[in-house]
Design a protein around this ligand. Structure first.
Ligand SMILES: Cc1cc2nc3c(=O)[nH]c(=O)nc-3n(C[C@H](O)[C@H](O)[C@H](O)COP(=O)(O)OP(=O)(O)OC[C@H]3O[C@@H](n4cnc5c(N)ncnc54)[C@H](O)[C@@H]3O)c2cc1C
Length: 681
């Protein structure tokens, strides 16, 4: 069959790890096989949790797997999740139990809970940066001997801050499976900065670890891939949208980019003129309004609408810009307010002569801040290094070494994470299904936490509990909370994303095509970038084009044209239901099409693939197009959601609706203060 031949050419049969075959369960449904009625029902205006329950719950083949968990124990020799490839992120075995709780079918056939007899000063639900930071703050407040248990449903700690490790011959290659870098649109608070410094990370020293001139020395530049289905032909063209340097230090802006783009881009003359107009126009497209009035107008229309209806820009350019905000918001310009696009420096606003400074309802990501821009550090495994440094601080025997540099190569010993002799314990593959005060929340001395692990239901008790997990989960496990708070918690949508790391034999195709970063607005993945050239703590990045390297490909699972929350809901369903095979075919096809002219052969050149699937990705940030309260001011849902209740406090980046590590740390600090303050009183 022709397709089989095509698959062979793509290397679909090549020897790489294809799936997490845990308990013999593989994902079989492809996105193309999702029944139409399921999409329709998911798109209906139902309660977000309810609609997902009705759809992903009963029909997802994985969900029928009776809450299967990774049976592998973290105490076994050789247990080392960072080196697993295939489907990672929210891997098989991590989510089924919670989906069954959500669907109301877990308790019906749950085993009888076993009282473990364990008792702690603090139990933390969620082992992401917020949960780990909460343990760190609690110890500082209550002393090093305090007993803390962290329960995490994944097979690794760190949450979104996930380390992907590869081997290529003798070389080690690291990748970030999620949280990419220390960076935030607003300056880190004194608290968050304090943690970074305590961990030994010297942010100002970052430039000395990045080889800024490496890619430039080979003439590599950011490019755009115009694809046939969207633009009529497959073509790689210089990226003239890229305005130059970014915080990473790779300043490879080409002064002639716009001229070259105008010559090479496969778009109509009208689109080329529009492109020039976008960047050069001095026309006021909103005449007769004050700056504030203009901002107010821009806060209520999408950038796509502004371009199409206010500026009359051609559809080709709108398609070109559509995926530009994917890395930041997980949606395209159809769901990003024009005011936010202005803040991000996107073109088309010069003639409006807007006063500097944010207007009402502006997204925090879009408010330029020089101090924040300078605060940047990318470790080769992203902020997994922060998670690993926190774990080293909490359980010193688990990761050898004593500096933020030597941790990069240090191998974690997972068997040390949950030792009875240690004051702090981290228990992986453990999904918390219930958190309840023992007695009335006002007077209870303890909270009972029930979790499901290795097909057993167990309880532990603690004087305090921090819920550092995703907020949408909390109403299902902490039913005592007031209804209004549960509603606010449930509104914390997550932004679905795919962060894919592809280990390739060499980057000579990138060299021949003179690119290091490809923006591909019409393709399955909207970007494919060579790893940042960072060498630190004995870790050496690839320096020559004939060396293996990790290519990072990103997909925002969005569904343009719908409100942002609905796009996220549909995207989440899509990511859960798409098979690894579908992801793999898309990766191979896309790299072949974009890099084929440089000699890239997917069947030969791809050594490993790790797809980090994050259906519950970024914390949802409020959006002036869809969240009226964000324009009006007043109490935000996240402020209602994070209120303490009895002996339970609530952390996670969701607690301030801000998808950054500093937020995860700040919210952990607040949650711990709420508990320790109460203890003192
Ligand atoms: C792909 C991606 C890239 C990102 N890049 C950046 C970046 O470059 N810089 C940046 O600052 N931020 C980035 N972020 C944002 C990131 O979310 C935060 O920086 C931070 O890592 C969030 O930490 P957290 O602990 O609040 O949440 P999480 O990391 O989500 O941790 C919460 C943990 O709770 C667990 N949990 C949920 N339910 C249960 C349960 N019932 N029982 C037990 N455990 C449970 C979850 O599985 C998860 O492991 C990125 C996020 C994603 C998804």
């Amino acid at each position: 069959m022709a397709d089989e031949k095509k698959d062979r050419a793509l290397g679909m049969g090549a020897k790489i790890t294809r799936r997490d075959f845990l308990n013999g369960v593989a994902i079989t449904a492809g996105a193309a096989m999702i029944p139409a009625e399921m999409w329709a029902a998911a798109a209906a205006d139902l309660d977000p949790l309810e609609s997902e329950a009705q759809n992903v719950g009963s029909q997802n083949p994985e969900s029928q797997n009776l809450g299967s968990q990774n049976l592998e124990s973290q105490n076994l020799a050789g247990y080392y999740p960072p080196s697993k490839t295939g489907l990672r992120g929210d891997h098989v075995g991590s989510f089924e139990t919670m989906h069954r709780v959500r669907d109301g079918v877990f308790w019906g056939d749950a085993p009888k809970a076993i009282d473990s007899g364990e008792s702690y000063d603090l139990v933390i639900v969620g082992g992401g940066i917020s949960g780990l930071a909460a343990a760190h703050f609690f110890r500082k407040a209550a002393g090093e001997k305090t007993r803390i248990l962290i329960l995490e449903n994944h097979d690794d700690f760190g949450g979104h801050a996930k380390r992907n490790e590869f081997r290529a011959g003798n070389a080690m290659r690291l990748g970030f499976g999620g949280t990419y870098s220390i960076e935030s649109p607003a300056p880190y608070s004194a608290i968050a900065k304090g943690v970074i410094e305590e961990l030994g990370i010297d942010v100002p020293s970052y430039p000395k670890y990045v080889d800024k001139s490496l890619y430039r020395s080979f003439g590599l530049k950011p490019r755009i891939f115009f694809d046939k289905a969207t633009f009529g032909t497959d073509k790689l063209v210089i990226n003239a949208l890229h305005e130059g340097g970014d915080e990473s230090g790779l300043n490879d802006h080409d002064a002639d980019a716009k001229t070259i783009f105008a010559k090479d881009a496969p778009i109509s003359e009208k689109a080329k003129q529009d492109f020039q107009r976008l960047f050069e126009t001095d026309k006021d497209y909103l005449p007769g309004l004050t700056s504030d009035e203009k901002k107010a107008r821009l806060a209520r229309i999408s950038y796509a609408k502004y371009l199409a209806e206010v500026m009359g820009v051609s559809d080709e350019l709108i398609k070109l810009l559509q995926a530009f905000p994917h890395p930041l918001f997980g949606v395209g310009i159809d769901a990003v307010a024009a005011q936010d696009a202005w803040g991000l420096g996107l073109p088309g606003f010069a003639g409006l002569k807007l006063e500097p400074g944010p207007g009402k309802g502006m997204n925090r990501d879009c408010i330029p801040n020089e101090e924040a821009e300078k605060y940047f550090f990318h470790f080769p495994d992203g902020n997994a290094t922060i998670a690993r440094l926190l774990v080293r601080k909490l359980i010193p025997g688990a990761i050898a070494g004593d500096s933020a540099n030597d941790v990069v190569l240090a191998k974690a010993d997972y068997s040390k994470l949950d030792e009875a002799s240690s004051p702090v314990r981290i228990r992986l593959n453990s999904t918390v299904v219930k958190v309840q005060h023992v007695g009335s929340p006002e007077s209870a001395k303890e909270v009972e936490v029930t979790y499901f692990s290795e097909k057993k239901l167990k309880t532990v008790r603690a004087a305090n509990c921090v819920l550092a997990c995703w907020h949408v989960v909390i109403p299902y496990i902490a039913s005592e909370l007031p209804e209004v708070q549960k509603k606010a918690l449930a509104s914390a949508q997550k932004v679905p994303l795919l962060y894919t790391n592809v280990l390739i034999q060499n980057w000579s195709a990138f060299q021949k095509l003179e690119t290091r970063a490809i923006y591909s607005p019409g393709m399955y993945f909207s970007s494919a970038n060579l790893d940042l050239p960072v060498s630190i703590g004995g870790y050496e990045c690839a320096k020559k084009p004939d060396e293996p390297i990790v290519v990072h490909m990103m997909k925002a699972a969005c569904h343009p044209g719908k409100p942002a929350r609905e796009q996220h809901k549909l995207g989440r369903i899509e990511l859960y239901l798409t098979s690894f095979e579908t992801y793999e075919r898309n990766i191979r096809e896309q790299l072949a099409r974009m890099l084929g002219a440089g000699g890239f052969d997917p069947a030969h050149d791809i050594l490993e693939i790790t797809v980090n699937r994050w259906p519950h990705g970024y914390a949802y940030e409020y959006n002036s197009l869809f969240d009226q309260f964000w324009l009006d001011g007043g109490e935000q849902p996240c402020q209602v959601a994070r209120k303490p209740f009895g002996r339970i406090a609530i952390a996670n980046a969701d607690a301030d609706a801000y998808a950054y590590t500093d937020c995860a740390i700040d919210q952990a600090y607040r949650a711990v203060r709420e508990l320790t303050g109460k203890q003192k009183g």
